[in-house]
Ligand binder design. Structure first.
Ligand code: ATP
Ligand code: MN
Ligand code: MN
Length: 292
């Protein structure tokens, strides 16, 4: 947006009327990145991002006052929402209660949510069409300082090799935070089986690379080691969606990367993607997680 762009306007997107507000509000004070720029980023990345959100119960992290102010996890769909925003009722683990989540299935819904200052979009490893089965295995690699994302890269290559011997295709994305997320497609696997598989992989990685990998939650903060968090593979756990912005001091994006890019990374910044760089990545490679 520039000086000619009104701060608020109603736009029509694919036949839906979406009210956009406070477009000139700065959401990332460190860089001056505005809400208008957040919306613009999501509009541009939507073609590759929407397939990863569609059909999954979304949890939004909203920062109406910018990333320097506390945000909040929004699991419940906002009660004031357009009637065309789809929702799904999801059983909350243990409590017997249900939570009405939004489904970000199309561009109007994505832009509507982003206009609520939903900076981050998180989704579970299963689809509302089949809540009993996980269609994604996720390995969340968390570096314990002074370990960095470059140490996560070493773990990622070892995991890729292990999974390849079982015919599994592993893909990687940056988290947009400190580490990496690795994904493999699953078919007909329960949450319990997915968790067991991930645990087995983490134990295998730890046995193979004991100086580098920790699989034990209680030792996750081990300095210089990478915690492979296999426990993300449960019904109630989410992972930040591919192409989501992160609510960090600077706008960074959880961005799918090639194995060549991982191998070539020399500094952690080589694996840091601004919104502009994430869009360039998509222009060059398309969606590196397509088909997952
Ligand atoms: P980093 O690379 O910095 O670890 P991350 O997104 O992987 O970034 P984690 O803390 O490892 O962050 O968490 C993994 C995932 O678990 C997140 O992407 C998020 O979806 C979910 N998660 C983490 N903390 C919470 C929380 N407090 N409430 C709900 N979900 C959470
Ligand atoms: Mn983690
Ligand atoms: Mn992580």
């Amino acid at each position: 947006p520039d000086s000619r762009t009104p701060a608020s306007q109603t736009v029509e997107i694919d036949g839906r009327r979406v009210k956009l507000t406070n477009l000139d509000k700065v959401l990332y004070p460190e860089t001056g990145f505005t809400k208008g720029e957040v919306l613009s980023y999501y509009a541009r990345v939507a073609p590759v991002m929407l397939p990863h959100l569609a059909g999954r119960a979304a949890t939004l992290i909203r920062h109406p006052d910018g990333v320097d102010e506390p945000g909040f996890f929004a699991k419940h769909a906002p009660s004031h929402r357009p009637d065309w925003v789809r929702t799904a009722s999801v059983a909350a683990t243990g409590s017997g209660k249900h939570i009405e989540h939004v489904l970000i299935d199309d561009l109007p819904s994505l832009i509507w949510a982003a206009n609520l200052a939903a900076i981050e979009f998180h989704v579970p490893q299963w689809r509302v069409a089949d809540p009993e089965h996980h269609d994604l295995l996720v390995l969340d690699l968390d570096p314990g300082p002074p370990a960095t994302v470059l140490d996560c890269v070493r773990v990622a290559f070892a995991a890729r090799e292990l999974l390849a011997t079982h015919g599994m295709d592993l893909r990687a994305k940056t988290s947009g935070g400190k580490g990496l997320h690795l994904y493999a497609p699953l078919d007909g696997v329960t949450a319990e089986q997915a968790r067991e598989l991930a645990h087995t992989i983490a134990l295998g990685m730890e046995a193979q690379l004991p100086d580098l990998v920790v699989s034990n939650m209680a030792k996750r903060e081990r300095p210089g080691k990478v915690f492979m968090d296999w426990s993300q593979n449960t019904h109630s756990k989410t992972t930040v969606a591919a192409y989501s912005l992160r609510a960090r001091p600077r706008p960074t994006v959880s961005t799918p990367v090639t194995w060549e890019q991982l191998a070539a990374a020399e500094r952690p910044d080589d694996l840091r993607f601004s919104p502009t760089r994430a869009l360039e990545q998509v222009a060059e490679h398309g969606d590196l997680l397509s088909g997952l």
